[in-house]
Design a protein around this ligand. Structure first.
Ligand code: PMV
Length: 326
């Protein structure tokens, strides 16, 4: 039987991946670091069968066609090539527990689960590093979801991408740090992460400043994680997020992912800090805000965030596990 099931969680970047040096292999221009989250996951079964003449992809019981199908089938093709089985097609069934409204790219948990289930189903036995490298070629941020807790995607320097994969930084039980995903009433985003990073790399005069700042941020956040220094980790993550978003304002044409409620949440987080509640924000390629906090402050943080006009929901999450086979 050439069938396997895997479950993977999404992750939130504290040092952002923002820019590709190779679009085809998905090689980044900077290293990134994230926390895997237990609240949001995708479970995927891949079943390779001799009688199939093409791949099939079902997401939450809906048969998928078009671009999303092409992306999945294209990725399965990489797995086929790795295994030397070019003519073997699969039936893929995914169940997503990543609320798109919460602004998480389901691509992170989606491609991590697909890579794990697909590679196992076809008979490859990949170690975590090899699996991360494969996953990267489906979605960059997904390469970090192979590991639980904190993970770093090391950008690497080789043109073939063989040294571009994630590594574990601290396991899930190292530190109970939490994330509130703040859901906004209007979550429309006009520029995909793919298009946004491309435009920024090609046109923003601030992009080189972004790149220059990464090694220092990376060093600082890693020492903060090792020492469980929440202020330090929060400060570096928040500042890194602001720098990433600043590059978009310098792009041509300029753009921003922020809405008015995005800024209201950012302001509220700063007010919490002024009132003695340690909390820090980070924002991906969309208007939603994620807030980092410690378990002691959970109740206060949740209540405060829920009270902001324009906020429709707040989803709390702990640190999550890496890829699991079911
Ligand atoms: O891997 P993608 O295409 O979903 O891009 C992710 C980009 C950010 O979410 C903005 C940052 C990150 O590192 O996750």
């Amino acid at each position: 039987m050439m069938k396997a099931t895997a479950k993977a969680h999404t992750n939130i970047a504290l040092i952002k991946y923002w820019g590709k040096r190779d679009e085809e292999l998905i090689l980044p221009t900077n290293s990134s670091l994230s926390l895997t989250l237990d609240g949001f996951h995708t479970t995927t079964t891949v079943d390779f069968r001799e009688e199939l003449r093409e791949d099939r992809f079902t997401l939450d019981d809906t048969e998928i066609t078009g671009d999303a199908y092409q992306r999945v089938s294209g990725f399965l093709h990489r797995i086929r090539l790795l295994a030397g089985k070019r003519e073997l097609y699969a039936d893929v069934r995914s169940v997503n527990e990543v609320p798109t409204a919460a602004g998480f790219a389901s691509s992170a948990s989606g491609f991590a689960a697909l890579a794990a289930a697909g590679s196992r189903a076809i008979g490859l036995s990949l170690n975590d590093q090899e699996l991360s490298r494969l996953t990267r070629q489906g979605s960059g941020s997904a390469s970090r979801s192979i590991y639980g807790g904190f993970a770093e995607w090391q950008m690497g320097e080789k043109p073939d991408g063989s040294d571009s994969h994630a590594v574990p930084i601290a396991p899930i039980d190292h530190w109970d740090i939490r994330v509130a995903a703040v859901v906004l009433s209007s979550t429309q985003k006009d520029v995909s992460s793919r298009a946004g990073m491309k435009r920024t790399v090609e046109t923003s005069p601030f992009y080189s400043g972004w790149l220059d700042s990464i090694p220092r941020d990376m060093e600082e956040i890693k020492s903060g994680i090792a020492a469980k220094d929440f202020e330090k980790v929060g400060q570096v993550a928040e500042a890194n997020c602001l720098k990433m978003h600043a590059t978009t304002l310098g792009a041509h044409p300029p753009f921003t992912y922020w809405h008015d409620t995005t800024m209201a949440v950012m302001q509220k987080v700063r007010e919490m800090r002024a009132a003695g509640i340690p909390a820090y924000f980070t924002i991906d390629a969309g208007p939603n805000v994620k807030v980092l906090y410690l378990p002691e402050q959970e109740k206060q943080v949740e209540e405060t965030l829920r009270s902001i006009p324009g906020v429709t929901d707040v989803r709390l999450s702990k640190s999550g596990k890496g890829v699991q086979y079911l």
